[in-house]
Design a protein around this ligand. Structure first.
Ligand SMILES: *Cc1c(COP(=O)(O)O)cnc(C)c1O
Length: 412
């Protein structure tokens, strides 16, 4: 059946999440399909940051650590993220960057599961995860074996030497979802723990960390959680692991009594022991507003809409640019696909640049992937329609051949 523009308008009219778009400030001339890289600006964030700077910092000064409870921001925000990922409020804490949190929990896992020394991960995983594991191995004088295998070899790579299975739940390029339940069970069957990178999952798909008996996880605050550029990330540790969890960045904020100023480290109870230093209060406040955009929103609705937006985009691409030479790089089955559409094209970079100049913002991942993230809180069906219209225009007019779309910028 042919999909018309009016069909997309009707889908928006019937969308139970349509009201959530007003929680964001999105330029009217832009079709924003890059919420998987940088979530849009929540409408409440500018005023909140203004108030924080002028009143809490400017007027109340250092008293704000107590008066405005700045000190508990990591726990408070963690508790708000918890229901989005299927965890209890005392199993999640916000802090530091995703990369740093990954280091802390990978190191902690090796200690939890000593004397095992093997970490299994996936070839083509997000680079920071692999680089951090390599750094951890080198720091320990090579005492860790990294077994980095193709996705279809993961199950076969698990044996009783494996301490940790460290995977990104949804692949950053292809949007392919790993089966958290199956892989966690397989890891547990050989006595290994799991560490999930939820950067492309939190706020995008339904997650059941507790129910699936995940051990450890980390995730990103500035993608689907809308926390702002470089926002702090979060950490999860199943309650059963918390008492024995020890991480190497044992800074004072993870101490049981930081303001006793003792000489010897003693980890705090619970997730606080995963903290290192003083929270970045400005960034934390922005993250809190980002997470608050999910207030009263059911992740099951988010997921339903995410699948529908992706299916719509694939159907429109097939109908409107069948000859453009795109190869679908994401799963066609919405159940196996995260909240993004990924296409392969040898001129991917140039096409994305040409699209951006037409107001449709997606992004490019080398060597040849075009990514279009759908963020169900603010992406409309009509946006998908417009994006494919413009994409068809770029192809038909051969816009992408223009010299200026060939220049590579520092950030793609
Ligand atoms: C975005 C992303 C990160 C980001 O890490 P930073 O420390 O915030 O730069 C990590 N892992 C994955 C899988 C990501 O997609």
């Amino acid at each position: 059946m042919k999909i018309e523009r009016a069909d997309c308008e009707r889908m928006d009219a019937e969308d139970p999440l349509a009201h959530a778009r007003a929680r964001f400030l999105i330029p009217p001339s832009v079709v924003y399909l890059d919420g998987n890289s940088l979530g849009a600006l929540p409408a409440a964030t500018p005023a909140r940051l203004g108030q924080l700077v002028e009143k809490e910092w400017g007027t109340d000064l250092i008293r704000s650590w107590n008066a405005h409870d700045w000190i508990a921001l990591p726990q408070r925000i963690g508790a708000r993220i918890a229901p989005l990922i299927g965890a209890d409020s005392d199993e999640v804490i916000a802090a530091d960057s995703t990369s740093i949190n990954f280091f802390k929990l990978a190191a902690a896992a090796m200690r939890l599961n000593a004397p095992r020394r093997t970490i299994v991960s996936e070839r083509g995983n997000f680079p920071t995860d692999l680089y951090v594991l390599q750094g951890l191995r080198d720091m320990l004088g090579g005492a860790i074996e990294l077994r980095v295998v193709a996705p279809e070899e993961i199950l076969g790579a698990l044996d009783d030497t494996v301490a940790l299975l460290a995977l990104t739940h949804i692949h950053y390029k292809t949007g392919t979802i790993h089966d958290m339940q199956v892989l966690t069970q397989a890891a547990h069957a050989v006595g290994a723990f799991t560490l999930w990178d939820l950067s492309h999952s939190a706020g995008a798909v339904e997650l059941f960390l507790d129910r699936h008996e995940a051990d450890l996880a980390i995730g990103c605050g500035y993608k689907y959680l809308n926390g702002g550029p470089g926002a702090p990330g979060f950490l999860y540790a199943a309650r059963r692991h918390q008492p024995l969890l020890r991480q190497p960045l044992s800074g004072w904020m993870g101490h049981a009594a930081p303001f006793d100023f003792g000489d010897d480290y003693r980890p705090a109870d619970g997730m606080a022991r995963t903290l290192c230093g003083t929270p970045a209060v400005l960034a934390m406040a922005a993250l809190a507003e980002g997470v608050a955009t999910f207030d009263q929103i059911a992740m099951s609705d988010v997921r339903r809409k995410s699948k529908a937006l992706g299916d719509l985009m694939l159907a429109l691409l097939e109908a409107r640019c069948p000859e453009a030479g795109f190869e679908v790089a994401c799963p066609r089955d919405a159940g196996k696909r995260g909240s993004q559409i990924a296409l392969r094209h040898p001129k991917g970079y140039e096409i994305v640049q040409a699209l951006i100049s037409r107001g449709v913002i997606g992004d490019f991942r080398a060597p040849d992937i075009l990514r279009f993230g759908v963020a169900p809180l603010y992406t409309r069906y009509i946006d998908i329609w417009s994006a494919v219209e413009q994409l068809a225009g770029v192809i038909a007019d051969e816009d992408w051949r223009r010299e200026r779309f060939r220049e590579r910028t520092a950030v793609t």
